[in-house]
Design a protein around this ligand. Structure first.
Ligand code: GDP
Length: 296
């Protein structure tokens, strides 16, 4: 699981703090130096680390902490609260259309797990009483359409395709009409990925966005790619505007820094995390739970 090394290191720092009955300013400075190193090693964005450590330090050096009976515990609580805040505070839920028909536009670079995540999301929605339909909008790789069809079969959710159409915005628009007509209440639109953010990809996505006015644009990023995932989020948000991030592969040995940086760097929350290859390996992202997992 991600965060193992960060978690070990932070727990080491806290063990030392808890062991002391009285904390001096020097103790806190030393602990914060170690926290800073641990976060940097976990590949958390440099500026995020700097702000985080200075916020924790400022709060920890208050007399109410230093003169309390359990100063170590207080510092740990401050770190916990700051960590929760860093990841967005409360759980960020999906926004459903008040009209009853919700359109989700899924975007992301190739290989991040976008198509798999479309299937996971469809599965999740179905389990939560929704009636989703999938739509394949990759006009470059027929194999991507095949893949989404296999995914749809596996999770038992219909997939809308228009194999001969080369305009993704037309495909998406037609899918919206079809889904509404057939009584589905969520349409998940899978789009083409690229190896990197380029003008053509963004222009295409902007066209699809204009055509179907999605209620949510969700960017899929791969936790294993660390700060590249954060940069991708910033790039997509800048050019297209995103509502949230789904971070995949947090079951792997990703250092976790991306998960701790995305909200702070882009202002957009992580809404779900992918924790495996199976279609039930998708969880709503809860900053509090993640913080307690990291802090042990
Ligand atoms: P796409 O190119 O973005 O559509 O990526 P795919 O959906 O084809 O996924 C690429 C690979 O990542 C596949 O082998 C998936 O099984 C794998 N994958 C996707 N999400 C996760 C995840 O949360 N954890 C793990 N371990 N693998 C994942």
């Amino acid at each position: 699981m991600a965060f193992e090394s960060l978690s070990d290191k932070l727990q080491g720092v806290f063990k030392k703090l808890k062991g002391k009955g009285v904390l001096t300013e020097a103790d806190i400075n030393e602990a914060m130096r170690e926290v800073k190193l641990a976060l940097l090693e976990a590949d958390v964005n440099f500026k995020v680390v700097k702000d985080f450590v200075s916020a924790v330090k400022e709060k920890s050096l208050g007399s109410d902490v230093l003169e309390s009976l359990t100063p170590g515990q207080q510092v740990i609580k401050i770190v916990n609260d700051e960590l929760v805040g860093l990841m967005g505070g409360a759980n960020s839920k999906l926004t459903y259309s008040p009209r009853g028909f919700t359109i989700l536009l899924m975007v992301g670079l190739q290989g991040t797990g976008k198509t798999t995540t479309c299937g996971k999301l469809a599965n999740y929605l179905k389990k939560n009483g929704k009636k989703p339909m999938l739509c394949a909008c990759d006009i470059y790789r027929p194999a991507a359409i095949d893949q989404l069809e296999v995914v749809g079969k596996t999770v038992d959710v219909p997939v809308f395709t228009m194999r001969d159409c080369k305009e993704p915005e037309v495909i998406a628009e037609t899918a919206v009409k079809e889904a509404e007509l057939k009584g589905f209440d969520v349409l998940i639109v899978d789009t083409a990925g690229r190896l990197q953010i380029d003008e053509a990809l963004m222009e295409e996505l902007v066209r699809v966005k204009k055509a179907i006015k999605p209620h949510e644009i969700l960017l899929v990023v791969d936790a294993m790619t660390g700060q590249d995932a954060v940069n991708a989020a910033a790039g997509f948000d800048d050019k297209l505007g995103i509502d949230g991030v789904i971070m995949t592969k947090l079951d792997g040995d990703a250092r976790g820094g991306a998960a701790l940086s995305v909200k702070q760097v882009t202002g957009k929350p992580i809404k779900f995390i992918g924790v495996g290859e199976k279609f039930d390996a998708l969880e709503p992202f809860h900053p509090e739970r993640m913080a307690s997992r990291i802090l042990g």
